[in-house]
Ligand binder design. Structure first.
Ligand SMILES: Nc1ncnc2c1ncn2[C@@H]1O[C@H](COP(=O)(O)OP(=O)(O)OP(=O)(O)O)[C@@H](O)[C@H]1O
Length: 500
């Protein structure tokens, strides 16, 4: 409550001459025209932000109380089910209470970037970078995603960034990257996540060219479970692509990058709604590079030629500001209004790439890719050389199709039941041996990631990162309520240190 009050006070107008604390009519000079005492828009904004902060504060407190009760209840139930002797039960419950006390202490600590030692950069995206870091006190290693607020605002991504933070804090699944903390300073938002040292699926696919059916089945099945877990919480990813499928130490897959779909600025793309581009109709003449793939008079590329073109372009596409549209569903591109089915389309495109070597609508030019996607009926082809089984082609065709016919429209169970997945033990998948075990030597090993150059000054040297910064609330009302701490940050060593 105290912090809420002091934060509220910070939001009160400071310049009394502009926004008087008493109504303007009190003590005014009767000879002067009446002063407009309506609050300025800046004041209104501050009031709205303060209101949101207070609401958020109480919501968080209620939620943490409820979570605490739930943790206790779950543990009690587990202990009873396991018929643990009464004395041992008592000790275990006491241990939980100590962890709760430590968690409350950590909750009061205002987290900042200075709490972390910044290590190697492992990723760069449209809004910032991802790097390996180590928390100074606990020595735990994490991945820190840093997003520039001004860039998020400029590109209208504020709602997306909030959605990402909410989803990560809400969905607890083995197939979703775990969020430990989120916080902000004047310039940046930070997500402190578990570090997944196996690299991303894009890198794995570039190394392997294609996967065998069994290898693809393993990763596609885990992707199904990841997508199912976010859909259960009513989130749609919209931007599922191999770059967002990360591998943990044991080679299991986790979905990341939520709600931060790169803004596929429609002004950059051809008018996909033009009559000539409607699905099923004859396509407009395409630029040279794509007409080679569809025009019978132009030489057709072999699967191998297409694969090497794709691989040459892949990284460049991934790091471009527009991003790759290769996995985006036609209804998303056409801005028709879309639902969760769009994620199942992306699954189909990834499955195709795993088995063929490049995505189904690949073209060197992203605009042509978009055209091919919306005209998927005339562009979805399975190259002979890929020797896909009829079951494989059937599943891909049931994912890369109209929304109404698409598998998964009634739920993930429709996809899981397809014969291509025969033999998959869905419940045990995460406990099974992964298709590839990544090579990782030590907790700071980043060999499965690209090398990135350091650019400009490091965040730690920022003049805004002094200890006094912790005393100030962040000025930016757009990102109120971003802070989060996961209960799992409390480890047993810290609990052992608390005097009982
Ligand atoms: N938790 C993590 N552990 C290991 N590597 C990660 C983690 N999170 C992200 N990365 C790496 O950083 C890259 C970029 O991350 P991410 O896609 O989340 O950032 P982004 O800025 O949102 O990117 P995009 O521009 O694709 O939206 C990933 O492809 C991956 O290689």
């Amino acid at each position: 409550m105290d912090s809420a009050r002091s934060w509220f006070q910070k939001f009160q107008p400071r310049d009394k001459s502009k926004s008087p604390a008493v109504p303007a009519s009190h003590g005014k000079d009767p000879g002067k025209p009446p002063v407009d005492d309506a609050p300025s828009s800046a004041t209104k904004q501050k009031v709205a932000a303060a209101k949101q902060y207070i609401e958020n504060h109480y919501k968080t407190q209620m939620k943490s109380l409820q979570d605490r009760k739930e943790r206790r209840w779950m543990l009690e139930r587990k202990l009873q089910d396991a018929e643990v002797p009464a004395e041992e039960q008592n000790n275990i419950l006491k241990h939980l209470e100590k962890k709760e006390t430590e968690y409350m202490r950590l909750q009061r600590h205002k987290m900042g970037v200075e709490d972390f030692e910044l290590l190697t950069i492992i990723g760069r995206g449209a809004f910032g970078e991802v790097r390996l870091c180590r928390e100074k006190t606990s020595k735990s290693v994490y991945a820190m995603k840093k997003l520039k607020k001004s860039e998020m605002l400029r590109r209208g991504q504020v709602e997306h960034v909030k959605a990402e933070r909410n989803l990560l804090a809400e969905v607890d699944s083995a197939y979703i990257v775990k969020l430990y903390y989120s916080f902000q300073d004047d310039e940046f938002l930070y997500l402190i996540m578990e570090y997944l040292p196996g690299g991303d699926m894009m890198t794995l696919l570039m190394r392997k060219d294609t996967l065998t059916e069994d290898e693809a089945k393993f990763y596609i099945a885990e992707t199904v479970l990841a997508i199912e877990s976010i859909h259960k919480h009513n989130y749609i990813h919209r931007d599922i692509k191999p770059d967002n499928l990360l591998l943990d130490l044991s080679g299991h897959l986790k979905l990341s990058d939520f709600g931060l779909c790169k803004p596929l600025d429609s002004s950059n793309f051809p008018n996909l709604n033009e009559p000539d581009y409607t699905p099923g109709k004859g396509a407009k003449p395409l630029p040279d590079n794509t007409s080679r793939l569809t025009n019978s008079s132009a030489p057709k590329r072999t699967q191998q030629e297409q694969l090497s073109h794709w691989q040459k372009n892949r990284r460049m596409l991934a790091y471009s500001t527009v991003g790759t549209p290769d996995y985006i569903a036609p209804e998303v591109l056409l801005k028709k209004g879309y639902g969760m089915e769009c994620d199942w389309w992306s699954l189909g495109a990834i499955m195709y790439e795993m088995l063929v070597g490049y995505p189904p609508f690949y073209s060197e030019d992203p605009m042509s890719t978009c055209r091919k996607i919306v005209n998927w009926r005339s562009h979805l082809k399975f190259p002979e050389e890929a020797k896909l089984s009829s079951e494989t082609k059937d599943l891909i065709s049931k994912l890369l199709c109209n929304v109404e016919q698409r598998l998964g429209t009634k739920g993930a169970h429709e996809i899981k039941a397809h014969t291509w997945f025969r033999g998959v033990q869905w419940e045990k998948l995460y406990q099974m041996k992964a298709a590839f075990i990544p090579e990782v030597n030590g907790e700071l090993d980043t060999q499965n990631f690209e090398k990135f150059e350091e650019t400009g000054a490091q965040v730690q040297s920022s003049s805004k990162a002094g200890p006094w910064r912790k005393m100030l609330p962040s000025k930016d009302a757009n990102f109120v309520g971003y802070t989060y701490k996961n209960f799992e940050i409390v480890n047993d060593d810290e609990v052992a240190g608390i005097p009982s």
